[in-house]
Design a protein around this ligand. Structure first.
Ligand code: GRG
Length: 306
């Protein structure tokens, strides 16, 4: 199917199913020779009903970057690998974030969190640990030029590490109960949530061999969406209920965490979202019709209800 054909909802559903199947194939089977409970916990965390937004961003950016003349089959397989890799890193971060030493949450994706389900914190920690190397193994297997694999590995490693997601989480943990200026809040979220979302977009571009013009557009788009995702999350934390969210609502306020809503108010946060949507759409103008899924994803992410 060409990028501009078919409805967005069907495309998203296909991407969710496709990514689930790739992950299922990639994860060690429970009955494998390895530690069965560890493998069971890894599968429980990854194959749960996530929205697969990051995987969708990888594929949409790949569609927007596709170079004519490049074999579409190999590129699709490589995009599958990159999409699975970001979802593995994301799943690990959620397991660790839910542990008692961090957010201490009982519910995730509408089900008990991993440490609750298995009644075993050490197992949950190890399941998260094991998902990280699996993500990089997955990138290493992409059927593309080795130089592009190296770029992809570096991109994901930096987004997930202390200058990205883990660093943002460290700042978040240290800022509970502290008044945070908006610039500091922004930096924390850019690292904690934004870095992996941005990397998802950029990975799609790397894998599909994006031109420098396309890469520039992707970077601006990714930056706006990385932030927008968190602003929506903060808004939903105060406007949606736990059943809709599939996780505990109202936790940020209860824990005294600074959020966009606590600093800018609901109206200010919604206005910021509109500005970020405009920036994301504007960045895609030079990319033309091939960026249609990225445009639709921007609206989906901004309009999401859970
Ligand atoms: C513990 C190393 C470490 C990092 C944790 C990302 C993160 C850092 C914690 C998650 C906490 C959180 C709820 C952040 C808000 C934004 C976010 C990442 C929401 C969850 O992502 P979704 O909505 O989840 O894409 P699904 O379940 O759909 O995959």
């Amino acid at each position: 199917m060409s990028p501009a054909q078919g409805g967005f909802e069907q495309w998203l559903q296909d991407t969710v199913e496709r990514t689930g199947a790739v992950l299922d194939e990639l994860l060690p089977p429970i009955e494998d020779a390895g530690p069965a409970r560890l493998h069971e916990a890894m599968r429980y965390a990854v194959l749960g009903p996530g929205k697969r937004v990051r995987a969708a961003l990888v594929h949409a950016a790949g569609e927007a970057s596709h170079m004519p003349g490049v074999a579409a089959g190999a590129q699709e397989l490589a995009l599958d690998g990159a999409a699975a890799a970001v979802e593995l890193i994301h799943a690990y971060s959620l397991i660790h974030d839910d542990l008692p030493c961090m957010d201490n949450d009982d519910m995730r994706r509408g089900r008990p969190t991993v440490h609750r389900q298995f009644d075993d914190e050490a197992l949950a920690m190890l399941a998260g640990d094991a998902l990280q190397p699996l993500a990089f193994d997955c990138l290493a297997q992409m059927p593309i030029a080795p130089a592009l694999i190296v770029q992809a590995v570096q991109l994901l490693a930096r987004a997930a590490g202390s200058d990205g997601m883990v660093g943002g989480q460290a700042i978040d943990c240290a800022s509970v109960g502290q008044p945070l200026p908006i610039e500091a809040l922004q930096r924390m979220h850019r690292m904690k949530t934004g870095a992996l979302l941005e990397a998802s977009v950029l990975l799609g571009g790397v894998v599909a061999g994006a031109s420098s013009t396309v890469r520039t557009g992707l970077e601006t788009y990714a930056s706006a969406m990385g932030l927008a995702f968190q602003v929506v999350d903060d808004i939903l934390d105060v406007t949606a209920d736990s059943a809709t969210l599939g996780k505990t609502a109202g936790k940020d306020a209860a824990q005294g965490k600074p959020t966009y809503v606590s600093i800018m108010g609901l109206d200010g946060s919604r206005e910021l979202l509109l500005n970020l949507r405009e920036a994301a759409h504007g960045a895609l103008l030079p990319l033309g019709p091939s960026a249609c899924r990225l445009r639709e994803l921007a609206d989906y992410i901004i309009g999401r209800t859970h």
